[in-house]
Design a protein around this ligand. Structure first.
Ligand SMILES: Cc1ncc(COP(=O)(O)O)c(C=O)c1O
Length: 405
């Protein structure tokens, strides 16, 4: 028995797993096109009014630990933004600030999951949900997104999964990502309502990861879970990383607007977990509070970024669908595309081999679909400028041609 824990094997992030090879190629002087990490702050500037607020907080000496739940100004700003945007009756007492939404996922699992406990996750979805659940000893129950239905949720798959749960083993939570990473699906209000009804019927805590809620393209309508889940225990997770283009601030939050017994118990326990790591980044919290409160400056910063993202996503979608080797559904939001790759006429055996060899041979770094729970796909981050996207897809086409048998 070595020194590492059994469950440490789950500490793998498929999005970063090729980094060592990519670093080596860069050291050899190769230009690697990195389309694996969804970091908008690499391509767009974090808004100046937020940077100014960050610097102000530093100059004013706001550099100590904060309240473990987050500074009151930020918790109030979060509650106000949900009152305004989603008409939810809530206040600062219902908000806990975390170090990125990632920490919220880790805390929720630590607070809820015992060995063998079950949770409903959807495939394909963000890898970290699965990893944190397994690190805590939990077991995933599979909900499905349906590629033949524009990657919408297959509600029947959820209903069946819930019905199949043995007595006394009902899932601890059901987590839905909207808009979704990696498919960019923005859920229809009716489908989301059906999910809420199912969770309510089976007494399962609902969790909504809505980190891309404002990165939604023209003509598509986003509905927050909290608009439909009044009276049902639920958690909304969101943060500064994507809508506010501030990934490096490492700020997220949980909003638990209900005051039923379960919601109160979970909120209190997550607050206990927040005390274990003392505080989130204090000056960044002041900057995020300013980001939320100054809604006109936020809208002004978001609009051009979203326009460019939509343009790049549309461009990448078109090139992929013209390639003849890959096929994708046009996403409704976020900045990923998730093409199906047809490996049948090639000498490649899996999406993992596709991604490994593409990096080594063409110096394009992507993420394998199986990392999101969906084999036979790849995820492309469509954030860079169009010339970079075009070079990457040209290289992918050359690669596919070379490997055709
Ligand atoms: C769906 C989803 N949730 C959470 C995160 C991580 O968010 P944070 O930077 O706030 O930890 C990501 C990052 O890509 C994501 O795609």
């Amino acid at each position: 028995m070595g020194i590492l824990s059994k469950r440490s094997v789950y500490a793998i992030n498929p999005i970063e797993e090729e980094d060592r090879v990519a670093d080596e190629l860069s050291r050899e002087g190769k230009q690697v096109i990195k389309l694996n990490r969804g970091d908008p702050a690499v391509y767009f500037k974090t808004p100046k009014y937020m940077i100014d607020a960050y610097v102000r907080a530093l100059k004013e000496g706001k550099t100590g630990y904060s309240d473990p739940r987050g500074i009151r100004e930020l918790r109030e700003a979060v509650a106000l933004s949900y009152r305004r945007k989603n008409n939810v009756n809530t206040d600062a007492e219902h908000v806990i600030v975390t170090q990125g939404l990632s920490e919220a996922i880790s805390m929720v699992n630590s607070a809820l999951i015992n060995e063998g406990d079950r949770a409903v996750l959807f495939r394909p979805s963000y890898p970290l949900y699965r990893q944190y659940l397994k690190i805590c000893g939990g077991v995933e129950i599979d909900g499905r997104y349906d590629e033949s239905n524009r990657w919408s949720i297959d509600v029947d798959s959820v209903a069946k999964a819930l019905r199949r749960s043995p007595k006394g083993k009902k899932p601890k939570y059901l987590l839905v990502t909207n808009p979704n990473n990696p498919t960019g699906t923005v859920l229809d209000r009716k489908v989301l309502g059906e999910i809420v009804d199912l969770a309510n019927e089976h007494g399962v805590l609902l969790i909504g990861d809505e980190i891309y809620d404002e990165l939604v393209f023209g003509g598509v309508r986003f509905t927050s879970l909290c608009e439909l889940a009044e009276g049902v225990p639920h958690i909304i997770m969101n943060g500064a990383s994507k809508d506010f283009d501030a990934t490096g601030f490492r700020l997220g939050f949980l909003l638990m607007p209900e005051d039923d017994k379960v919601s109160k118990e979970v909120r209190e326990k997550i607050r206990d977990f927040a005390t274990l790591r003392l505080s989130s980044n204090t000056p960044a919290q002041y900057a995020f509070a300013e980001g939320l409160n100054n809604s006109s400056a936020h809208a002004k910063a978001l609009r051009p970024m979203l326009r460019q993202i939509e343009d790049r996503v549309s461009f990448a979608t078109r090139l992929i669908n013209e390639s003849g080797y890959m096929k994708t559904v046009r996403p409704g939001g976020a900045y990923y595309i998730f093409p199906r790759i047809d490996l049948s006429g090639t000498d490649l055996r899996s999406d993992k081999e596709f991604v490994d060899r593409l990096l080594k041979e063409e110096h394009v770094q992507l993420t394998r679909g199986s990392g999101f729970g969906e084999n036979g796909h790849i995820r492309i981050v469509a954030l860079p400028g169009k010339n970079i996207i075009k070079s990457a897809i040209d290289n992918m086409n050359l690669f596919c041609k070379r490997h055709s048998t």
